[in-house]
Every structure is written in structure tokens, then in C-alpha cells.
Write a protein of this length. Structure first.
Lengths: 456, 340
């Protein structure tokens, strides 16, 4: 099989699986899974840029996804005027103090000769800056958080349509990634991994605790939507007409009295599917754009340069490639893509819950997608995103079914049987680990390995 | 006289809320970090599965403890879990050795890059985590029994007549004692025995060690065994002190990495030092010093706020900040570990 056939076959299998879920469980479930598959694929593309193109080990995926989610809140929520009133000055002062601290710090670092004096001066600048900033920030924060804490207690956002947050989420993630990359990219692979893991935890800790910014653990719920609401659809004439046309056969078979009742039910079911389809359309377009750009980038001279750097940093450096700059570039780009996916995810959820960000789900699972799908191959990462998300979701019902089946010989209320069925959902972690280990061992390039084109 | 009393009270306050918790948490971290540092020094990769190895060992200990309790066996004032430790260690050794055979040995023979090992260890992390959650569930488990306190705050107050009490939990005392004994044994082993010397030689220069007839398989086996012992004991002590929850153990991975790197990865003394540095900074940065100042400062000068540098929620973040700082300023760690 050549590459194209293999890719087509692999995606055919995914489509088939989704169809089976659609027929066997419900179309609602299948579309729900598909939407998350699309988001996962975008995230996997971001990680693939960093790891697959450039060999950068970013284990801080969770942090960038959360930043995207924060962007969704900051873009779409209505501004809380009361919180801004009287506090804007304090915020501005605090921001200026912070900026001054950073500049003073950089100045000290650059101008004072290396030695104990520099270390002490730097420490003094940072500590003094911290105190001054907090002097202005603390009362402001207290005042913001005291504004109707049950409902708002934060600054709110810009009140724009949430779809803009996808772009802005990318920019926010890119900005933070630039700062992180500036400091951390000099580290060797293992250290970079541990450092990014730590930084992502810091980002989550900040989001959990800075209530004035993100409402913290009080969560932001009821985010606006880029697609219509189910209830509006059910009461709009064109949608009911659409349902009447779609289900014409089924309706015709019914008695006259039951028809309007059935139509109502069709509209309820249909509206939910329609909303999901709208999301699918949006997510698929984003994925298509990013995928197209990624493929173009990977096949361009820039992409070849990246792979050259990945394969041999020293040789690439000797050829005059600026390794540090390129690393920073790809780190920022990949993180931006993850940020976009994070914003999409929060949009789909309709709420921002900092506590839901856990490294197993948001960092390591994405890594499994990239490794299993095929690192260095864009189609492979997308495939990994689809496949692993499908398995992750379906492992639960399959695990429960498997346990029920294999413990069928035990009594209904047998303690062991109940325990096994109860905990079957945790099988998916085990299963995920096994998949990763098996692929890594027997097919290290993943399902769709990187394609190395020879110059003819 | 009153001034002296105030100063003593302030000291007792700091002992109670900073020194004792810092020492016990630091010992738990140090034992965990020792395991990470040994695996790093000898197998040369950052083992992401170490936190879950700890959870696995602790889980076995808990299960055996429950069984012992059901049999009516206990240790009197000491927690029954101590009796269950050997079983937990044994099964954890089996787990690690089997994992090594099935997973890591292949990559060792292929001479794969450390990154490949690391990704494989993420796979192992998933599997172990899944097993633990599958067997014992994701919830909190408490398995502490026997006496709860060595020294109760109330008794301390009554016997010294001070306003502040000092309490030491059995789990805290046990942690410190066991950590000291274990570390002493480990250093004796590494410095004095033939196998220990072989391990240090292998860690220092693999080729030269092989040339001198060091058996690499044996070194690897012993390393995993020691890692299992340390992980199980550290996990059990942490579980006795706080409580057991699989997710918490995954989270412990980061402070342990931080401890190992801050001290200088690959360097056992560094791991211990790092453990205490991380633990004390976490406790000290998030403690509210208000009461201490009330005792120390003259009346009328008491601070208004809590005098807390960072809120308690940032406890974990503190260790990462230190980690990142050390990585940037002095990547070899405080005690010059292996240069990566």
C-alpha cells in the first residue's frame, strides 16, 4: 500500500467506527464524539508541530489548552462594569509596577557584571517589585472580588462573539509560550519536559486562584454560543418545516392525531443533532485550515529546515541555521494551535472549569495521540486524535460490558463482580498505556509514520 | 519574663506549623526523589511512572493492612501498615522488574535515546495508574490505626504552661525515624558493598564499568529493587501522614522531580537536600505568620493581614517555581549532579 491508500484506509476505519456508533448507540453520541475528535486532532497537530517537526518535548499541553479556555471567557463574557469602576486605576498601576519590575530585572541582568552582586541585585529588584505590585493589586483584587461574588466577582470579558476567542486563544497561548520558550528552550529534552509540566501546573494554579481574572474554582458557566440554541430551533418555523420534510415518511405512516406529537419529538431530537452538526462544521473548518497550513509548512523549505534541526542540531547550526530562534518559533506556533483547540473545547463545553484540567487527560492523552498516530506526519496526528479519543470514550462502555460478560458466572450481588463493574471505567487508563507501549515498541513511527521523501 | 514567654511561644508556633510538618513532608519527598535520582543515574531517564509506582506499593500495603486488621492482628500503638510493608515492597519489586523486562530492556538493548525511555515511562504510568484505580478505586482511603499522637498539643500546653501547643503525630515521628534509617542503610550499601560500588561505577562511566566486569543486568535489577523499596516506603508514609488517593500520588511526581533536580539529579545526597528544600519552601511561603508577629512585636504594632507570602493554594506551584529557577540558573542543581 502506498501512503495515500494507507491514510485513506485508516480514516475509512474511523468513519466506519463512527457510523457503527451512530447506528448502534445514537447519532447524538456519535456526533458528540466526532466533535471532540476534531478538537483533539487540532491539539494533536499542535503537539506534532513541536515534537514531530522539531523534536521539542512539550509536556505542558494542559496549560496552553487552559489559556485558550481562559480566552473564551475573556472574549465572550459581558464586562462587569461595576468591577471596572474605581478599580481600573489600581489595575493599571499594578500592571505598570509589574512591567517596571520586569524591565528593571532585565536591565539588571544585562548591565550588572556576572557575580554575586548581580544575583543579589536581581533578587532585590524582584522582591521589591513584588511588594510594590501587590501593594496596588491586593486592594483592587479584594474590591473586584467583592462585587456580587455569587454571580460575578471578576472583571468579566469583552462581550464579543465567542468565536473570536478561537483566534485570540491562539494569540494568548502564543504570547505565554514565547515567554516560556525564551527561558526554558535552552534546556535538554528531559529537563524541558519536566519544566513544561511544572509550568502548566503553575498556569492551572493561577487560573484556579486568581478569582478576579477567571472566577477561579467558582467556574464560569453559561458561555455564549456560536451556534443556535436547541430551544430557539424547536420554536422556529423553518426548523420545524425542515423536520417535517426530513421525517415525511415516518410522519405519513402515523395516524393524524399522533402526528403533531411525533413532530414535536422529532424537533427535540433533531435540534440537538443540528446544533452538534453546526459545531462539527465549525471545528472541521478550523481543522482543515490548520491541517492545510501544517502540510504546506512541513513541505516547505522551512519545514525541511525544522526537520534538519531536529535530526542534527549541530549540523544544522553549522549550516548557519539559527537553532534557538527556530525552536522558539515552532514552540510558539505549536502552542498557539493548542490554544485554539483549548478555546474551541471551552466553547463546546459552554463553561470554564479550571479544576477539570488534569494532566492525564489534557497532556498525556494528547501525547498518546501523537505517538500512536504518527509523529512527524500531520495526517497521522489527526488520525491519532480521532482514534485515541474514540477509544478513550468507548473504552468505558466496552470495559463495563466486558466485565459484566466475564463475571457473568458470579451472582448478581457478588462483591467482586460489583467492584469489577464499578471500576471498569478505569480500564481505559490501562488500555491507553498498553496501546502507547505496544505502538512504541512494535511500530515506533506510529500508525502513519513520517514520510521521508528522497530527492529524485 | 513575659517577653521571654512570648518568644518561646513564637518558637513553639514555628516548630509546630513549620519545622515538624516540613521535616516529615521533606523526608517523604526525599525518599521519593532518591528513587527518581537512582533510576536517572543508572538507567539514565526521567521516570514519569515513579509517582504511580508509589501509589501501587501503597495500595498493596493498604490491602494487606485491611486483611491483617480483619485477622485481628495489630502493632498496638504503631500503625499496622508497618507489618504490611514487606508484602507491599515485594510486589512492587515484582512490578518494576517485570516492567523492566517487558518494556525498558528492549530500549536499553537498542541503545535508544533517553526521550524514548521517558515516553515509554509515560505508558507505564498510564498502565500502573489504571491498575491502581481499577483495584482500589479513585477515592480517598485511610488506613492509619494505633496511637495518633506522640505529643498532643493539650499535654504540651499543660506540662509547659505555654500558650501555644506543640503536637507531633505518630506518622510524622515514624516518617522521620524511618527516613533516617533508610537513608543510612542506602548510603552504607552504596559506599561499602561490592554491588553498591558497582552501581556507582556504572552510573559514573558505563563503558569503564563494563570493562571492569560489572554485570549490567544485575546493576539494573538492584536499582529497580531499591527504587521499589524507596517508593513503597515513601508512599506508605505519605499515606499514613495525609491520606491515600491515586491522583495525589500522580501530583507528588512533580515535587519529587523538583527535589531531585534542585539537589542535583543523579546525586543521592542532593535528592535528600532537595526534598527538604522543596518541603520547607512550600510550608514557609504559604504559612500565615500573623500570630508569630503578634507574639514578637510590641502591642499596637501587630500586622493587619495574615502576613502570608502566597495563599495555601499555591503550595504546589512553589515547588515548580523553585524547579524552574534552578533549571535556569544552575541546571546541575545545588550539589552538582550529572550534567545533562
Amino acid at each position: 500500500m502506498n501512503e495515500t491508500q494507507k491514510t485513506t484506509a485508516a480514516f475509512g476505519v474511523i468513519a466506519l467506527l463512527l457510523l457503527i456508533i451512530g447506528f448502534a448507540q445514537s447519532w447524538n453520541v456519535a456526533l458528540g464524539i466526532l466533535n471532540l475528535c476534531l478538537i483533539s486532532a487540532v491539539m494533536a497537530l499542535g503537539v506534532n508541530m513541536q515534537w514531530g517537526y522539531a523534536g521539542l518535548l512539550n509536556v505542558g499541553v494542559m496549560g496552553f489548552a487552559a489559556l485558550g479556555g481562559l480566552a473564551a471567557v475573556l472574549v465572550s463574557q459581558a464586562p462587569v462594569a461595576e468591577a471596572w469602576r474605581g478599580n481600573a486605576g489600581g489595575l493599571l498601576l499594578a500592571a505598570m509596577c509589574f512591567a517596571a519590575t520586569v524591565f528593571a530585572g532585565i536591565f539588571t541582568y544585562r548591565r550588572v557584571p556576572v557575580g554575586r552582586t548581580r544575583t543579589l541585585a536581581l533578587a532585590a529588584v524582584i522582591i521589591a517589585g513584588l511588594f510594590v505590585t501587590r501593594f496596588f493589586l491586593d486592594p483592587t483584587i479584594a474590591s473586584i472580588e467583592s462585587v456580587n461574588p455569587a454571580k460575578t466577582g471578576f472583571l468579566g470579558g469583552m462581550g464579543l462573539p465567542i468565536i473570536f476567542s478561537w483566534l485570540i486563544g491562539g494569540f494568548v497561548a502564543a504570547g505565554i509560550a514565547w515567554c516560556i520558550g525564551k527561558v526554558a528552550l535552552g534546556l535538554r529534552a528531559d529537563y524541558l519536559a519536566i519544566a513544561t509540566l511544572g509550568i502548566s501546573e503553575i498556569i492551572i494554579a493561577v487560573l484556579k486562584n486568581e478569582d478576579w481574572l477567571s472566577r477561579g474554582v467558582k467556574n464560569v458557566t453559561g458561555l455564549s454560543r456560536p451556534v443556535p440554541y436547541e430551544l430557539d430551533l424547536q420554536s422556529s418555523a423553518w426548523f420545524v418545516d425542515l423536520m417535517r420534510w426530513w421525517h415525511a415518511d415516518a410522519l405519513a405512516a402515523l395516524a393524524d392525531g399522533a402526528r403533531s406529537e411525533a413532530l414535536k419529538q422529532f424537533a427535540i431530537d433533531g435540534s440537538s443533532i443540528f446544533v452538534k452538526l453546526c459545531y462539527t462544521g465549525l471545528f472541521a473548518s478550523v481543522l482543515a485550515i490548520i491541517l492545510w497550513l501544517s502540510v504546506r509548512a512541513l513541505n516547505s523549505p522551512w519545514g525541511r529546515m525544522m526537520r534538519a534541526i531536529r535530526d542534527n542540531e549541530i549540523a544544522a547550526g553549522a549550516m548557519g541555521k539559527n537553532v534557538t530562534r527556530r525552536h522558539l518559533e515552532i514552540f510558539v506556533l505549536g502552542s498557539a494551535v493548542i490554544g485554539v483547540a483549548g478555546a474551541m473545547l471551552t466553547t463546546l463545553d459552554g463553561q470554564f472549569t479550571p479544576t477539570s484540567y488534569q494532566p492525564l487527560r489534557f497532556t498525556f492523552l494528547i501525547w498518546v495521540m501523537v505517538i500512536v498516530g504518527g509523529s512527524g506526519n500531520n495526517a497521522g496526528s489527526v488520525l491519532g486524535g480521532f482514534l485515541i479519543w474514540l477509544v478513550w470514550i468507548q473504552a468505558e462502555p466496552v470495559g463495563v460490558w466486558l466485565m459484566e460478560f466475564s463475571t457473568g458466572w458470579l451472582a448478581e450481588d457478588n462483591a467482586l463482580r460489583l467492584h469489577l463493574i464499578d471500576n471498569a471505567q478505569h480500564m481505559r487508563l490501562l488500555f491507553m498505556g498498553l496501546v502507547l507501549l505496544l505502538v512504541l515498541r512494535f511500530s515506533p513511527g506510529g500508525i502513519l509514520p513520517e514520510v521521508v521523501r528522497k530527492r529524485s | 519574663m513575659e517577653v521571654l514567654g512570648d518568644i518561646t511561644s513564637a518558637v513553639v508556633l514555628l516548630l509546630n506549623f513549620i519545622v515538624v510538618p516540613g521535616l516529615s513532608y521533606g523526608s517523604q519527598l526525599a525518599l521519593g526523589a532518591l528513587g527518581i535520582t537512582l533510576v536517572f543515574g543508572i538507567l539514565r531517564f526521567a521516570n514519569f511512572a515513579h509517582g504511580d509506582t508509589m501509589a501501587f506499593g501503597t495500595m498493596i500495603v493498604i490491602l494487606v493492612t485491611w486483611w491483617l486488621q480483619a485477622q485481628g492482628i495489630n502493632l498496638g500503638p504503631l500503625p499496622t501498615a508497618l507489618l504490611a510493608l514487606p508484602a507491599g515492597i515485594l510486589l512492587t519489586v515484582v512490578l518494576l522488574v517485570v516492567t523492566d523486562r517487558l518494556v525498558y530492556r528492549h530500549y536499553r538493548r537498542q541503545k535508544s535515546a533517553p526521550v524514548t525511555f521517558m515516553i515509554a515511562s509515560i505508558g507505564v504510568m498510564f498502565v500502573t495508574n489504571g491498575v491502581v484505580r481499577f483495584v482500589i478505586g479513585p477515592n480517598d482511603q485511610r488506613f492509619l490505626d494505633g496511637e495518633r499522637f506522640i505529643l498532643r498539643a493539650r499535654d504540651f500546653k499543660a506540662s509547659t504552661g505555654l500558650a501555644e501547643g506543640l503536637s507531633i503525630k505518630v506518622s510524622q515521628g515514624l516518617t522521620i525515624v524511618i527516613a533516617v534509617l533508610l537513608v543510612a542503610a542506602l548510603f552504607w550499601f552504596l559506599q561499602k558493598t561490592r554491588t553498591g560500588k558497582a552501581m556507582r561505577a556504572y552510573s559514573d562511566n558505563e563503558d569503564l564499568a563494563l570493562l571492569s566486569g560489572v554485570d549490567p543486568d544485575r546493576v539494573v535489577l538492584v536499582t529497580w529493587t531499591i527504587a521499589a523499596i524507596l517508593a513503597t516506603i515513601a508512599g506508605t508514609l505519605y499515606g499514613l501522614d495525609k491520606s491515600f488517593k491515586p491522583f495525589t500520588y500522580l501530583q507528588l511526581l512533580l515535587p519529587m522531580f523538583a527535589a531531585a533536580i534542585v539537589g542535583g539529579i543523579g546525586n543521592p545526597i542532593g535528592a535528600i537536600l532537595g526534598g527538604y528544600v522543596i518541603a520547607f519552601s512550600e510550608v514557609m511561603v504559604t504559612y500565615a505568620y500573623k500570630k508569630v508577629f503578634i507574639y514578637l512585636l510590641p502591642q499596637g504594632l501587630e500586622p493587619e493581614g495574615l502576613v502570608q507570602l502566597l495563599s495555601t493554594d499555591y503550595k504546589f506551584a512553589v515547588s515548580f517555581v523553585i524547579l524552574v529557577l534552578v533549571l535556569l540558573v544552575r541546571p546541575t542543581g545545588l550539589l552538582r549532579g550529572k550534567v545533562l
